[in-house]
Design a protein around this ligand. Structure first.
Ligand SMILES: [Zn+2]
Ligand SMILES: [Zn+2]
Length: 77
């Protein structure tokens, strides 16, 4: 009858990395959407950021950045 008492002081409500993404424009996130409501136009769960529908003007910049960071190797520019 051995009881594992693992949970001690480290029991906090901290979301694992990558669960919540923050908009690079207005700073809203999965848990705090824009007052008028929004959805992700772009989101990178690995980086934890994105562009919400209230910040559509940033999609272009995001695409530039995302293209630079990943998806290298496309034949066409
Ligand atoms: Zn936004
Ligand atoms: Zn938003």
């Amino acid at each position: 009858m051995a009881r594992n008492q693992i949970a001690s002081a480290a029991t906090r409500q901290v979301l694992p990395v990558g669960m919540v993404s923050t908009c690079i424009g207005c700073g809203c996130d999965d848990l705090h959407a824009c007052p008028t409501g929004c959805q992700w136009l772009r989101v990178d769960r690995e980086r934890g950021d994105g562009v919400c529908s209230q910040c559509g003007n940033l999609v272009e910049a995001w695409d530039h950045n995302a293209r630079r960071g990943k998806a290298l190797g496309a034949a066409h520019g």
